[in-house]
Design a protein around this ligand. Structure first.
Ligand SMILES: CC(C)(COP(=O)(O)OP(=O)(O)OC[C@H]1O[C@@H](n2cnc3c(N)ncnc32)[C@H](O)[C@@H]1OP(=O)(O)O)[C@@H](O)C(=O)NCCC(=O)NCCS
Length: 117
């Protein structure tokens, strides 16, 4: 997480590592308070998380799902890949019609790797 000058939280990143893929960090959600967006905070959160995880065990890739049209998220993860000398591989995980409870935005899996620190 990240806080402002008063200590109020303004951003957070959540994720996990699956036991069968210990080299891959799944980023579940990244969110930054509207008033604090566009300052590089989300990028810094992702870098901090990757560095912390990499100190604990070898980390070679980060995965996340992004809804097409979420430009800020797409740029965020593309920039993260560039900073770490990695490429982004995109595969459609769920099409709009795959959701049993009616149409839903598609989800595209972004796999970023191989990571260098
Ligand atoms: C996505 C989100 C976390 C980005 O946070 P942020 O702190 O503003 O991001 P950064 O300042 O680190 O910017 C990351 C990149 O996105 C770009 N970007 C940020 N906001 C943008 C916008 N509204 N439109 C286009 N590009 C944008 C930045 O220019 C930067 O790209 P660059 O390095 O190529 O210039 C934030 O917009 C957010 O909380 N959105 C709502 C929640 C969400 O959709 N989360 C993702 C799904 S879980």
């Amino acid at each position: 997480g990240a806080g402002d000058e008063t200590g109020e939280p303004v951003g957070c990143v959540t994720g996990y590592v699956r036991s069968e893929r210990p080299d891959t960090r799944l980023v579940w959600q990244v969110a930054v308070d509207e008033a604090h967006r566009g300052c590089g905070l989300a990028g810094a959160l992702l870098d901090g998380l990757a560095a912390r995880v990499a100190r604990q065990h070898a980390l070679t890739a980060v995965e996340t799902t992004i809804t097409p049209g979420n430009t800020a998220s797409e740029r965020l993860f593309a920039a993260f890949a560039e900073r770490h000398g990695a490429t982004v591989e995109r595969t459609v995980l769920f099409e709009a019609g795959d959701f049993p409870d009616g149409p839903h935005e598609p989800e595209v899996l972004h796999r970023i790797g191989p990571l260098s620190p």
